[in-house]
Design a protein around this ligand. Structure first.
Ligand code: JFZ
Length: 466
């Protein structure tokens, strides 16, 4: 036995060193290679869609508090009472190409959609479950598959594809723990069997729809899910899709809503702050993405009209980019398959702003100086060795003098990113304590006016003097 093992090891070493030998155990590319496209993308669309779009926040005539996709829990609905929603799921107005067109208009470079949320319903055709799109009027009558249509449409347009997949599952008979009001027997539940099911469904979504760019796990926080389970699931994904990006909710290392990964041997390629932009960035090589709702819910709720303004959303995107992170902004489509009008309007307005100012967001790095009273900054290394410092002005200086404190580089040039030809940026100079920019007139963009300042070499900063 031992002899065999040594022979095998010897052969493996030989093969590994043999030029041109087929390397079947190729290690996946390192994180910085895999994540390069994502680190330039900066803006993605989150989509929470599922059976919960049918009740849309209301159950048996009652308004249910909390986020729409949690209605099963918040209204204490038993699986046998919730499951029949599948018989009514028929989003005949769903148009994958229209959704992808909206992503393009908005300036999103990728999207992440719920393939299965906590309610356990699969929006894809699953061979290991009946609780899936195949068993809805939508899937039966039209032979349609949401994941297939979206993957095809996105790939055609060069939009990267992400699958959200919940570990927590309120429907599967083997998932534990049970809700207090779920009266199905817990004694017969077998969590290992559930894990096999989870791995099988993950295999389906990672292999049935071509190459997938991101898998975004969630619902990892219950005690039944362990670090070992996280490692096994991470490895499973990487084996099936070596280039895929996997968020940190696959494992147990996430620190609450703040979302970054704790110190230690935790898996996950990027951190997932939720409903907040962190106070500061985390430096080169630490990747993160803030996910956020546009109103107060992820899944569609008919009566939630609490929309953030376009200005707020654009400034969130800028704030995120200025700290080196990505912004994943959510939409919750209706049961008919439509993205709510207020979301469409905001996304289109963001896209308009990005058409002019995209170079100050995509492919940028965090800003040079920490807190700026008037706004945020992002940077980009230029081919000639100089640096573009983009100044995103939220509060236009009343005296027409914009100061970047502590930036000690020589100034090469300055201009405003706007559509007209008016000279609103008169010039920039090094004062010895920072760069001062002279402005004419008023802000040209109500959301954020962006100035492109080019400085010599790599940015050098000094702690700004008060
Ligand atoms: C989770 C989901 O429960 C929610 O439905 C949505 O999908 C969102 C994007 O992710 O929400 C969470 C997860 C974890 C915490 C809070 C909300 N947490 O640990 O504080």
């Amino acid at each position: 036995m031992r002899c065999l093992l040594f022979t095998a090891l010897f052969l493996a070493t030989l093969l590994a060193g043999f030029p041109g030998a087929a390397d079947t155990s190729a290690a996946p590319p390192p994180l910085d290679k895999r994540i390069a496209w994502w680190d330039e993308a900066r803006f993605g669309m989150f989509i929470h869609w599922g059976l919960y779009a049918i009740p849309a926040g209301e159950w048996e005539g009652r308004e249910i508090h909390g986020i729409g996709e949690w209605i099963m829990r918040n209204a204490q609905i038993k699986p046998r009472d919730y499951r029949p929603l599948a018989e009514r799921f028929n989003p005949t107005r769903f148009d994958a190409e229209a959704w992808v067109k909206l992503m393009k208009q908005a300036g999103c470079k990728y999207f992440v959609i719920t393939t299965k949320h906590h309610d356990g319903f699969a929006l894809f055709r699953s061979a290991v479950s009946d609780y899936d799109i195949a068993n809805t009027p939508f899937g039966k009558d039209n032979d349609r598959d949401i994941m297939r249509e979206l993957a095809d449409a996105a790939r055609k347009e060069g939009i990267r594809i992400g699958w959200y997949h919940s570990i927590m599952d309120w429907q599967h008979p083997d998932y534990l723990p049970r809700h207090e009001w779920d009266d199905r027997p817990a004694e017969t539940a077998d969590f290992d069997r559930f894990r096999k099911y989870l791995h099988a469904q993950v295999q389906e979504i990672l292999t049935n729809y071509g190459e997938i760019d991101i898998i975004w796990f969630d619902g990892e926080w219950e005690a039944t899910w362990t670090h070992e389970h996280g490692v096994a699931l991470y490895d499973h994904c990487q084996k099936l899709a070596p280039n895929i990006l996997i968020n940190n909710r696959v494992d147990k290392g996430r620190k609450g809503m703040q979302g970054m990964t704790k110190q230690g041997e935790f898996r996950g390629d990027f951190g997932t702050p939720e409903q907040e932009v962190p106070e500061h960035g985390f430096g080169e090589g630490v990747y993160w993405e803030s996910c956020m709702t546009m109103n107060g819910t992820w899944g569609y709720k008919a009566k939630d009209h609490n929309w953030k303004s376009t200005t707020t959303l654009i400034r969130h995107l800028i704030d995120t980019a200025s700290k080196g992170g990505n912004y994943l902004l959510n939409v919750g489509p209706t049961a008919e398959g439509l993205i709510p009008r207020p979301s469409v309007e905001r996304l289109q307005a963001m896209g308009k702003w990005l058409e002019v100012n995209g170079e100050a967001v995509y492919g940028t790095k965090a800003g040079v100086v920490g807190k700026l009273g008037w706004g945020r900054s992002t940077t980009k290394a230029l081919d000639d060795g100089n640096t573009a410092v983009y100044l995103h002005v939220f509060d236009w200086p009343a005296d027409g003098r914009l100061v970047v404190p502590g930036l000690t580089n020589e100034v090469v040039g300055v201009s405003g990113l706007h559509l007209d030809r008016m000279r609103r940026v008169a010039g920039a100079r090094q004062t010895g304590k920072g760069v001062e920019i002279a402005l004419n007139g008023e802000a040209w963009d109500e959301h954020a006016s962006v100035i492109r300042l080019v400085v010599k070499g790599e940015p050098k900063t000094e702690q700004a003097k008060p």
